[in-house]
Design a protein around this ligand. Structure first.
Ligand code: PLP
Length: 387
C-alpha cells in the first residue's frame, strides 16, 4: 500500500505519464513558436498538435482553441460584455451565473458587479432552470455562465437544457467544464456551449495551462483580456507556454483515449467508499446524492464534524482530502455551494473526497479505516472534533 492516499483530484490531478513525457520533450524545444526559422517552426508544430488534441476532447475545431494560463484566465476572458456573435456589436449588459460557480466565474470577469445576477439551485445542487428562464425574460441581452460539474459536490448541471433557454432568449452561453472534462462526455455541440473553459491540471496536465474554446469563429472577442503581440490569433497575447501547452495536449489525448475505463474504475471505487461511509456512520450525509454526479466526487458531512479538524485527522492518517472547496489562502471559507443548496449550517462543515485513475482499492481501505476512527470520536462527541 502506498504511504499516502491522495483523494484531492478536484483540487489538482497528478501529472499523467503521457503529459510528463510530452513536457520533458517540449522543454528541449528551443524556439519561439512565432519565429519563422526551423527552431520556431518546431515549437509551432508542437503547439498546433496540442491544439488539435485539446479541441478533440470537446469536439471543437482546433482553430477555435485559445490557450491561456489557467482555467481562471479562460473564465475571466470569456466573461466580457464585448463578445460579438455574427458581427453583432451590441454589448451584453448582464451576466447570469448559477449560485454555485467557481470563484473565477463568480468574480464576473469584466462585468461590473451590479451586472451580475446569481440563479438559484435546488436542494440537490442543480440549477433552477425556471429561474433562469424568468431572469432572461426580464431583460436582454445576456451572457450566461453555468458549470458542467460542480467542483465541491460533483453534481452535473442541466447544461444542454440551460443552453436551449439561453439561446431562445438571444443570450450567449459559456460553460465552465474544468471539473467535467475527461470525467464525463464534454462535446461542445451536445452541450450547446458557445464558449467553454478547460484547465490542464484537472485532467492530468501541468498547472498553469488552460483553454478558452469558441464554437466557431462567428464568436469573436474584440477586446482580449491580455493584449500585446498577435499570439493565439490575436486573442491572447504573450509567448506561448510551449511545454505546458504540449503537455496539456498529451493529457487531453490520454483522457480521451482512457475515458471509458477510467470512469468505470472511479465509479466502482466511489461506490465502495460511499457505502463504507454510511455503514460506519449512518448519520453521514452525502450531498447531491439524488442528482447525477461526476464519478469521482463525494462531498459529505456528519453531525458534529468540523471540516478543518477532519481534514487534519485524515492527513495524519496519510489521506489527503479537502474541506469543501480548496482555498488558495489556506483558510476554510463557508461553502457558498452548500449555502445555495440551503444545507443547514450545522452540516456545512463538509469535506470533499475526490479520486482518480490512480486510486486503488487499498486507498479506499485506508480511507475507511481512518473514517472508522474519526466516526468513533464523533459518536463520543469528543472535544476538538465535535463542532
Ligand atoms: N472552474 C472550476 C469549476 C474549478 O474547479 C477551477 C479550479 O479549481 C477553476 C475553474 C480554475 O481553474 P485553474 O485552477 O486552472 O485556474
Amino acid at each position: 500500500m502506498a504511504e499516502r492516499s491522495y483523494f484531492d483530484w478536484n483540487a489538482t490531478a497528478p501529472l499523467r505519464p503521457e503529459a510528463r513525457a510530452a513536457l520533458e520533450a517540449a522543454l528541449a524545444l528551443g524556439g519561439n513558436p512565432s519565429s519563422v526559422h526551423a527552431e520556431g517552426r518546431a515549437a509551432r508544430h508542437a503547439v498546433e498538435i496540442a491544439r488539435e488534441q485539446v479541441a478533440a476532447l470537446v469536439g471543437a475545431q482546433p482553430g477555435d482553441v485559445v490557450f491561456t494560463s489557467s482555467g481562471t484566465e479562460a473564465n475571466m476572458a470569456a466573461l466580457t460584455p464585448a463578445i460579438e456573435v455574427d458581427g453583432e456589436k451590441r454589448p451584453r449588459s448582464r451576466l447570469l451565473i448559477s449560485a454555485i460557480e467557481h470563484a473565477s466565474v463568480r468574480s464576473g470577469g469584466r462585468f461590473p458587479p451590479e451586472a451580475i445576477e446569481e440563479m438559484p439551485v435546488d436542494a440537490d445542487g442543480r440549477l433552477d432552470l425556471a429561474a433562469l428562464e424568468r431572469a432572461l425574460s426580464r431583460q436582454a441581452p445576456a451572457v450566461v455562465s453555468v458549470m458542467l460539474a460542480n467542483n465541491e459536490t460533483g453534481v452535473l448541471q442541466p447544461v444542454a437544457e440551460a443552453a436551449a433557454i439561453v439561446h431562445a432568449a438571444g443570450g450567449l452561453f459559456h460553460v465552465d467544464a474544468v471539473q467535467a472534462a475527461g470525467r464525463i462526455g464534454c462535446d461542445m455541440a451536445a452541450l450547446g456551449a458557445d464558449v467553454l473553459t478547460l484547465s490542464a491540471h484537472k485532467i492530468g496536465g501541468p498547472k498553469g495551462a488552460g483553454a478558452l474554446i469558441r464554437r466557431g469563429d462567428h464568436i469573436h472577442f474584440p477586446s482580449p483580456l491580455i493584449r500585446g503581440g498577435g499570439q493565439e490569433r490575436g486573442l491572447r497575447a504573450g509567448t506561448e507556454n510551449v511545454p505546458g501547452i504540449v503537455a496539456f495536449g498529451a493529457a487531453a489525448a490520454a483522457a480521451r483515449r482512457n475515458g471509458g475505463s477510467e470512469v468505470s474504475h472511479m465509479l466502482a471505487l466511489r461506490t465502495r467508499l460511499e457505502a463504507g461511509l454510511r455503514e460506519i456512520l449512518p448519520s453521514a450525509v452525502i450531498f447531491g446524492q439524488k442528482a447525477e454526479r461526476l464519478p469521482n466526487t463525494t462531498l459529505f458531512a456528519a453531525p458534529g464534524m468540523k471540516a478543518e479538524t477532519a481534514v487534519i485527522a485524515f492527513d495524519l492518517a496519510g489521506i489527503a482530502i479537502s474541506a469543501g472547496a480548496a482555498c488558495s489562502s489556506g483558510k476554510v471559507q463557508p461553502s457558498h455551494v452548500l449555502a445555495a443548496m440551503k444545507v443547514p449550517p450545522e452540516l456545512r462543515g463538509a469535506v470533499r473526497v475526490s479520486l482518480g485513475w490512480e486510486t486503488t482499492e487499498a486507498d479506499i481501505e485506508r480511507f475507511q479505516n481512518a473514517w472508522r476512527k474519526l466516526a468513533t470520536t464523533l459518536s463520543k462527541g469528543e472535544r476538538g472534533i465535535a463542532a
